[in-house]
Design a protein around this ligand. Structure first.
Ligand code: GUN
Length: 303
């Protein structure tokens, strides 16, 4: 259990997972296989540049052969689909990650459906999303929801039978996380409520949560008076707010007003240093699993 006071140390938990992942990478290398991961970034979204840079540095550190393909903002959907087709056919590439958001003229749904589901380490392909919903563990689970789940389990949080309230119904976090935590499976079996922009009285839902996950992208939305004393609070949000006192002119804040919620919460993720490192740890784990499956060392039933 990696907690200090009531803080969940996402970095320490991610490091423990990286250790297991790097052992699997060494085992692959002993068989002459190096896992390969290609990041595709379209345009110059500043947040995406930072995220992809962090993911690539981590994969290099673990011994994964990685590369980032940067395409200009004006790239057509057909050009992007052609690149994905080439990566799908390349046997040295075991994982493909197309960073979201994509420019508006490109259909994210078409792009994610074009990635070979066996290389879809993001878990965004409809086949992998469908498997998750069906409780079929043979697919890839999206990295942030998988990271939140792992963070809860490794912090000894009781998920079974708990009231989980998720703020946000996005395809990357809210929806897949709801599917994951409500599954009939040990370490899951939660009662899940998903709140969104049309929910009446969000505060009332939050207040009865044993586990509250904020993933709707509104800076400091969760205030102390919305949290049940002793609840576990997981902050997935990353929001840029203007701050003239900083060199960049902005600072990053979560969806949770950390300073006032921490004293009320039983456990809480810091932000940064909570969910972010876990997303990367799950991506590395998915990539190694993809390489194992594609090279005959099948671990279809394992994470
Ligand atoms: N943008 C924000 N989170 C993610 C993620 O997990 N994967 C990809 N591809 N893009 C993202």
């Amino acid at each position: 259990m990696s907690t200090t006071g009531n803080l969940i140390d996402g970095r320490a938990i991610a490091d423990a997972i990286h250790l297991q992942t790097s052992q699997r990478i060494q085992a692959l290398k002993a068989r002459g296989i190096q896992p390969g991961l290609v990041f595709v970034r379209v345009g110059e979204d500043p947040a995406s540049q930072v995220y992809v840079g962090m993911k690539e540095r981590c994969s290099v550190r673990l011994g994964i052969a990685s590369e980032t393909r940067v395409l200009p903002e004006k790239t057509s959907e057909d050009e992007l689909l052609a690149l994905i087709d080439a990566l799908n056919r390349d046997p040295k590439v075991h994982g493909i990650l197309v960073q979201a958001p994509l420019p508006r003229h490109i259909s994210a749904a078409r792009v994610y459906a074009a990635v070979d589901p066996h290389k879809d380490v993001d878990g965004f392909h409809p086949a992998n999303m469908g498997r998750l919903l069906l409780g079929d563990g043979s697919g890839f689970v999206p990295c942030t929801p998988a990271g939140v789940h792992e963070l809860l389990l490794r912090s000894n949080v009781k998920v079974e039978g708990s009231e989980v309230v998720i703020l946000g119904r996005g395809n990357i976090v809210g929806k897949p996380l709801a599917a994951l935590l409500m599954q009939k499976a040990s370490g899951a079996n939660a009662t899940v409520t998903v709140c969104h922009s049309a929910t009446r009285d969000i505060a009332a839902h939050c207040k009865r949560a044993d586990i509250l996950v904020a993933a709707m992208g509104v800076a400091r939305f969760v205030r102390a008076n919305m949290v049940k004393p002793g609840a576990v609070v997981i902050d997935v949000g990353v929001n840029r707010v203007p701050d003239p006192a900083t060199k960049s002119g902005y600072r990053l804040v979560g969806d949770v007003a950390f300073d006032e919620v921490q004293p009320v919460a039983g456990l809480i993720t810091p932000n940064p240093g909570g969910v972010g490192p876990m997303t990367i740890a799950m991506l590395m784990q998915n990539t190694v699993r993809a390489a194992e499956m594609q090279t005959g060392l099948s671990r279809a039933d394992a994470k």
